[in-house]
Write a protein that binds this ligand. Structure first.
Ligand code: HSE
Length: 436
């Protein structure tokens, strides 16, 4: 069979990794696919690097639009990054009848609906395994492996940079700012780390998974984002003393009232598998009605792991080229006519349990006042401990609550902060039991 021709937009970490995987595993890939994959053209401003990385026959251009317009290219691999030019490139590739593989989570979380609609109109496939959790085949699992199930919830450690920082904060007791500096020195965190540490990257990934799980359009605007930059290592220590780990989780859950979609630091019991996912590793837990809990663990970033996902998508597309478009796996897992908006819950309406740290005046009656406020809001206390005297007059109280609706906790916190005996803001971190 004639080789499949691919054109790669961008020769950075993932682009050059993709060429590397295709070259080093060429024989094994051909054994699986029944044909060769030919790196026909790449676009990069670094022609010298392209000549080092690519086969001699590969055409090199500085103009990415030349790739999406070339009549001999079957599949365009978009590893360009960003959204402005990348969106134009992807839409034009689709317009020209080319299949697309992209690792661009931001592009899909923000413009996925438009991209998939055009792809369906043009009968082409857009594959995006590398966009979520790097090398972990979670998109394949959600769209195909779990297709018999009603998915109930997904919770994932899906930002390696944040997980590295939280792991170091816990293991060394270091402050957030010091660990961030170390992560930047090690090359895990970007010079501008906002995207990773403020939850945006995880938000893009959980938004994509939520759409696949529940058959909704992608809706990044509905995703609540709270990062790790304000975490105090004291809370990580207290959480550990109480048998919990703090992780930045992307969470999506289907409830009777609507869909929860959120990213925030979360206390999880140390006995859960997710609690042992440390350093830059990623893991995604899916809870579904027939299979129960499944867990997917692996490298969420890096040249070869991400390229592994890109190449798997190239293989998938190549196998399905001649399939009737109606029989291909739908982009968002459900038939396009069945992808329907559902009520997305605001944070006031989500249900969670909570860790609260309150600085109080160390005097009789204080605990009673705090317990009364929680009782008034219908919040049940699971544990309440005094963590120690801060100075001659103040103490810290840590409270773990049972599950409640978030607006009740917010009302209770506002009431606590209004008490004369409470000093400074109350620290609140959400908790998830990750039970079935
Ligand atoms: N920057 C991401 C992370 C990897 O730290 O996990 C790419 O999404």
């Amino acid at each position: 069979m004639k080789p499949i021709n691919i054109g790669i937009l961008g020769l950075g970490t993932v682009g050059s990794g993709t060429v590397g995987v295709l070259r080093s595993n060429a024989a094994e890939i051909s054994r699986r696919l029944g044909r060769d994959v030919n790196v026909f053209m790449v676009s990069t401003r670094n022609a010298e690097k392209a000549r080092e990385v690519c086969p001699e026959s590969t055409l090199v251009t500085a103009d990415p639009f030349e790739v999406v317009r070339h009549p001999d290219i079957d599949i365009v691999v978009e590893v360009f990054g960003g959204t402005e030019i990348a969106k134009d490139l992807v839409l034009e590739a689709i317009q020209n009848g080319k299949h697309v593989v992209t690792a661009n989570k931001k592009l899909l979380a923000e413009y996925g609906n438009e991209i998939f609609a055009l792809a369906e109109q043009k009968n082409v496939m857009v594959q995006f395994e590398a966009a979520v959790a790097g090398g972990i085949p979670i998109i394949k699992a959600l769209r195909e492996g779990l297709a018999a199930n009603n998915i109930r919830s997904i919770a994932g450690i899906i930002n390696g940079t944040s997980n590295f920082i939280l792991t170091e904060m816990r293991e060394k007791g270091s402050a957030f700012a010091d660990v961030l500096k170390k992560a930047q020195e090690l090359g895990y965190a970007e010079a501008d780390p906002t995207f990773d540490i403020e939850g945006h990257d995880a938000g893009h990934k959980i938004t994509i998974m939520s759409a696949l799980a529940f058959g909704t359009p992608v809706n990044f605007n509905a995703c609540y984002l709270e990062g790790i930059s304000k975490l105090d290592s004291r809370d990580i220590k207290y959480a550990e003393e109480l048998g919990y780990r703090v992780k930045l989780l992307g969470i999506t859950r289907k409830t009777e009232k609507g869909i929860e979609l959120r990213v925030h630091p979360t206390l999880i019991p140390e006995s859960r598998l997710l609690a042992s996912v440390n350093g830059v590793m990623n893991a995604v837990r899916v809870d579904a009605d027939m299979i129960g809990e499944t867990l997917y663990y692996g490298a969420g970033a890096g040249s070869k792991p991400t390229a592994s996902a890109v190449v798997a998508d190239i293989i998938d597309i190549s196998r399905l080229l001649t399939a009737d478009p109606g029989n291909r796996v739908p982009h968002l897992a459900f038939q396009p006519s069945q992808v329907k908006p559902q009520n997305m819950l605001g944070m006031d309406d989500i249900t969670s349990s909570y860790y609260l740290r309150v600085q109080v005046k160390d005097e009789p009656g204080v605990l009673g006042q705090i317990a009364n406020i929680l009782a008034k809001e219908g919040v049940s206390i699971e544990a309440l401990i005094q963590k120690g005297v801060l100075d001659q007059t103040d103490a810290e109280i840590v409270i773990l609550t049972h599950s409640t609706v978030e607006k009740n906790i917010n009302t209770a916190i506002a009431a606590m902060e209004a008490l004369e005996c409470v000093h400074g803001p109350v620290v609140m971190i959400r908790m998830e039991s990750l039970h079935g």
